[in-house]
Design a binder for this molecule. Structure first.
Ligand SMILES: Cc1cc2nc3c(=O)[nH]c(=O)nc-3n(C[C@H](O)[C@H](O)[C@H](O)COP(=O)(O)OP(=O)(O)OC[C@H]3O[C@@H](n4cnc5c(N)ncnc54)[C@H](O)[C@@H]3O)c2cc1C
Length: 410
């Protein structure tokens, strides 16, 4: 039977797109295009880099989210706004094809911003996707195994077990915290000599780490890091990255075995390429209904977009609320009902800082320490999208506590 419903094409399967897909009614003929055939729960991604949580416990196949959608495992690479067509390229093979739309939603997120610092793209690791987490996990073990070889000099051994994180935002802090736990709880048993020589250094270009958090919580995290012997360097911009050394603005050099670069967002190549109105940070400019400026049939949301005059942080709770809102408003539009503009409700921020301690910066509550860590775990557990994954995550937490994290490399 021919389908007379408007064709709604959604680009992406992240927080924004996933919530849109979940909350839409059946007024549209929906096609989803994304190079990732699953939804990834990024707030727990740092925990997978050391095996506190397993990779498959935080992903949800997009086809399970909703059965009545068409999904193409491909990347969009251009949009023709005149012909209302988006051109795409398959992931497994570079097959090109076009998808026609009546309404297009761009929810393609962002990539890690290298700020054009020389050497970052070549030598640093990033933490955006599951394959990044897997690479970090492999590299940590690899550094310890290589440092354990008898032929190495002391300097080379110390370099290999020096883990440097650039960027003192929540992702960098949580990775450093997870790595610290991994070292003291698990690696110490297998590499007792090496762990005493191992170091974690957090390098931040501005005055403080976690600069979106409350002042007292920031200081608490910095003090805890110092007590955990995580070296925090502030006002230390990185100017160049070499294969084994990073160069700071003051001329000093830091040898490293692993470098995680986590300094904020930049546009995806797709967003850079498409000819839509964008701000100076290459984010697509939308109004309070998420319509792209000047175009009735294209919407954009999440990290790839910016609401004109009311920019919001690039977080999952923003993208999630925007996705839900757009689902409701597109349903209303299809049913010729009036639509209210979007209002963001800030629920607060959470961060894990190691040694079973966390921070909670909520509207009416500033929490820190062990009880906040319990709150952090239960808050994220409640936000995981399927019962299966909730069970898997609890199982992983118990497994890591009772048997320790796995240190095999394969
Ligand atoms: C390690 C980490 C930890 C985080 N922790 C938190 C946290 O604790 N709390 C919080 O609020 N936020 C957190 N965030 C931020 C949060 O993940 C993002 O703000 C959120 O995912 C943005 O949602 P989005 O839908 O815009 O993009 P994403 O969720 O990034 O999704 C983008 C989607 O677009 C797809 N895509 C990319 N290019 C194309 C293309 N060309 N064509 C089609 N599809 C494409 C991608 O495959 C992906 O499916 C974290 C992020 C990271 C990386």
């Amino acid at each position: 039977m021919p389908d007379s419903r408007p064709r709604l094409v959604i680009l992406g399967t992240g927080f924004g797109a996933f919530n849109l897909i979940k909350h839409l009614r059946d007024d549209y003929n929906v096609t989803v295009v994304s190079p990732r055939n699953h939804f990834l729960f990024t707030p727990l991604l740092p925990s997978t880099t050391v095996g506190t949580i397993e990779f498959r416990s935080i992903i949800e196949p997009i086809r399970h989210a909703r059965r009545d959608i068409r999904f193409y495992h491909a990347s969009a690479h251009d949009v023709d706004t005149e012909r209302r067509i988006t051109s795409c390229m398959g992931v497994a093979q570079p097959d090109e094809f076009e998808v026609e739309y009546d309404i297009l939603v761009v929810a393609v997120g962002a990539v890690s911003n290298t700020f054009d610092v020389p050497g970052v793209a070549e030598y640093a690791l990033f933490l955006k996707e599951l394959h990044d987490a897997r690479e970090l996990r492999q590299r940590i073990i690899q550094c310890f195994e290589r440092a354990n070889l008898p032929s190495l000099s002391i300097e080379e051994r110390q370099r290999l077990v020096h883990f440097v994180v650039c960027g003192g935002g929540p992702t960098g802090v949580e990775f450093a915290a997870e790595l610290h736990d991994f070292m003291v709880e698990d690696l110490r048993k297998s590499y007792p000599q090496l762990v005493t020589q191992a170091k974690i250094t957090l390098v931040e270009a501005t005055k403080e780490i976690l600069n979106t958090f409350d002042d007292k919580l920031r200081r608490y995290a910095t003090d805890l890091f110092r007590r955990q012997r995580i070296n925090v360097l502030t006002e230390a911009p990185v100017v160049k990255v070499g294969k084994e050394i990073i160069h700071l603005g003051d001329g000093s050099e830091i040898p490293y075995g692993l470098l995680l670069w986590s300094t904020g967002n930049g546009p995806t190549p797709f967003v850079e390429r498409i000819k839509l109105p964008k701000d100076e940070r290459s984010r697509i400019i939308v109004d309070k209904y998420f319509r792209v400026k000047g175009l009735e049939s294209i919407y954009a949301l999440g990290d790839c977009s910016v609401v004109e005059g009311a920019p919001l942080p690039a977080t999952s709770q923003v993208a999630q609320q925007e996705g839900k809102y757009l689902a409701r408003s597109l349903t209303k539009r299809a049913r010729k009902k009036s639509v209210e503009p979007f209002h963001y409700k800030h629920l607060g921020m959470l961060a894990y800082i190691g040694s079973n301690k966390a921070l909670a910066d909520l509207q009416n509550f500033k929490g820190r320490g062990w009880t906040t860590w319990l709150f952090w775990r239960s808050a994220y557990l409640s936000r995981i999208v399927s019962i299966k994954n909730k069970v898997l995550v609890v199982f992983d937490w118990v497994k890591a506590k009772v048997f320790g994290r796995d240190i095999s490399q394969f």
